[in-house]
Design a protein around this ligand. Structure first.
Ligand SMILES: [Zn+2]
Length: 336
């Protein structure tokens, strides 16, 4: 299996009113580096794309990439052709490695827009090198810029930044410095396509957490009320946890719960509701993690705050209702 380290540059409409709804970002350059399973570099791929939707580069793209309209016109291929060449170059067995979560979605959006068959099996796993770097350096959820990380690892900067193939090369060099044995299991899941039905729904188990991705539901409530979404399997034995704190709403799109496995202890769950790519409905992502005493305190406090708010709202409503009734009775007395 190979690693395809991918980076894209894209262009957009100069004005929001000119934006094509199905394609807010049009890819103008594909850059990639192929590494073999040992992490050794096998080759590079670079291709400019002649834009068909937004024919003029906006200033931001021009300044960032250094490309001009003329460059793309003279050296670029149409996306359909460029993408076919790229997929061909990728080969058969590979996993994408990307700096940050967005490039893969942009590629899939462009492919759908130009009616290119997406050859990947879903759920699609990929490696977010930016995330792996943060895990390796114990930086939590911090997301560093590629330039910063290149500097930290003392990687020579003899190529320019913000050209797709150069950024892919830099990302590959960071990836080569990631301890793959320890961190490769922390793959990301692409949500461009969610499970079509409940048989396609999967729970992924990682070292310290699990992740479940649901199918699409027309309404948010259906997603958050679904029995399978609300289940909490133990990270280690996969048996259902006994719920100590049942799911409660933490915000409009997020729910929290705590459960216990007799054998493996306390775990916390979070459900996040997300809109599907086409905005036709919602799906849920449920994570289960080990729950520390501090985690429990935070969750219980959140639930207490919610109860308090509800109590206050009820009081206010009762008071308003009483006042309204008193006012009505007052008027009746006067009329009598
Ligand atoms: Zn267990």
């Amino acid at each position: 299996m190979n690693y395809i380290v991918l980076d894209l540059e894209w262009n957009q409409a100069a004005y929001k009113v000119d934006e094509e709804e199905d394609l807010p970002f049009e890819i103008i350059e594909i850059g990639a580096v192929k590494l073999n399973s040992q992490g050794e570099k096998q080759g590079e791929f670079q291709m400019l794309i002649k834009p068909q939707v937004y024919p003029f580069l906006v200033r931001k793209t021009r300044e960032l990439t250094g490309w001009t309209d003329q460059d793309l016109d003279e050296k670029g291929l149409e996306f359909e052709e460029a993408c076919a060449k790229f997929l061909d170059w990728c080969g058969k067995d590979y996993i994408f490695c990307i700096w940050g979560p967005s490039d893969l979605t942009q590629l899939e959006r462009n492919m759908s827009y130009f009616k290119i068959k997406i050859p990947w099996k879903y759920p699609l796993k990929y490696l977010d090198v930016q995330k792996l770097y943060a895990l390796q350096e114990k930086e939590g959820k911090t997301r560093r810029a590629l330039e910063v990380v290149i500097d930290r690892y003392g990687i020579p900067t003899d190529r320019p930044f913000h050209h797709a193939v150069d950024d892919a090369a830099y990302t590959a060099m960071v990836f080569q410095r990631i301890d793959r044995k320890n961190f490769e299991s922390f793959f990301s899941i692409d949500y461009y396509k969610v499970p079509k039905n409940r048989w396609e729904e999967t729970t992924f188990y990682f070292n310290t957490y699990s992740k479940f991705v649901s199918r699409e539901f027309p309404l948010k409530e259906e997603a958050s009320d679904n029995r399978r979404v609300r289940e909490m399997p133990c990270l280690y034995c996969k048996k259902k946890l006994k719920k100590d704190v049942n799911w409660f709403s933490d915000s409009g799109r997020s729910y929290l719960a705590i459960g216990t496995c007799k054998e493996h202890g306390r775990m916390k769950g979070r459900i996040r509701l997300k809109s599907t790519e086409s905005y036709s409905g919602y799906f849920a992502v449920r994570t289960v993690k080990v729950c520390t005493d501090e985690d429990e305190a935070v969750i219980l406090q959140k639930r207490e705050n919610l109860k308090q708010k509800r109590r206050e709202r009820r009081k206010k409503n009762t008071k308003a209702a009483k006042e309204a009734r008193a006012a009505a009775e007052n008027t009746e007395t006067k009329e009598a």
